[in-house]
Design a protein around this ligand. Sequence first.
Ligand SMILES: O=C(O)CCC(=O)C(=O)O
Ligand SMILES: [Fe+2]
Length: 300
Amino acid sequence: METGALETRLSSELREFELEAFLLQLEVNGLCVVPPEKTGVDSETITAIREQLLCEAEELVGCGFDLGTGPEAELTMNADDNVLARTTGDDGEPTQFLVQQLCARHRLFRDLAINPVALALIRHLIGRNATRFSSHNAFVKWQGEFGYGSNLGLHCDQLAVPRPWGRNALTANTNWCLTDYTLDGGALAYVPGSHRRMEPPRFPEAVELAVPVEAPAGSLIVFHGATWHGAFPRHTRGMRLSIANYFRHYMILPQDDIKNLFPRDLADDCSNPEVFKFLAGFADEFPYSQPTERIPRLTS
Ligand SMILES: O=C(O)CCC(=O)C(=O)O
Ligand SMILES: [Fe+2]
């Protein structure tokens, strides 16, 4: 077979980082796991990110969090505010919350958001010049038998975009495992190959086909916006921490209004300000914030 045509679809970054095997998994399964040796993010950095995240969580909630035991106080959440409980009809106590807008919180999070290996894979799925940030959230989770309930919270991230979807990802996600991902520890759940169905999950089929994504701390999970995923409940003590750096095609609405609201000076304080600003969409034409077209003038 002629390989020339195939090669031209791979960016120079993908070839430079030797990510071909991961691409193949993305194409076939809609998800791949990149080991820490490949991402260039060393274990000291992962530890620093984890510690910073626990500080952010403490500041937000008002109690300490211990990796080995979980929250250091009893926590509750209004039933209406408890998204997990609300969507499943359960009214259990919270065992998870998000720390949002991470990139405005610390440089460590900004550097992670522009990790070159993650970007190379995401840009392959969405399009090199069309890829933008959508949101940067951490999932802070601890022991809880219920989790997302019996449907494992299975969904696909590009769910809100009307169908028919094409092969090209409209959104794509990275989940950085900051702690080990195991089935019992509440790993991500996903259905291999489900992105090729180009439709939201069907139940109960999705639950029957879901498998855990087990991976050591520091691993990077990358998945297509049409891939069916959720998470298993955490049966073991202690915490599961992850960061979801979520991307979109530039014609898809972002989750966070980064273009208009992200502090520009912070974008200069990261390992590659040019790339960060491009992905933030600061220079994007849309959405207009004022009239842009020329108007006719009177001749005299
Ligand atoms: O880990 C989880 O609980 C789910 C993550 C997820 O749905 C996402 O990052 O889009
Ligand atoms: Fe998701």
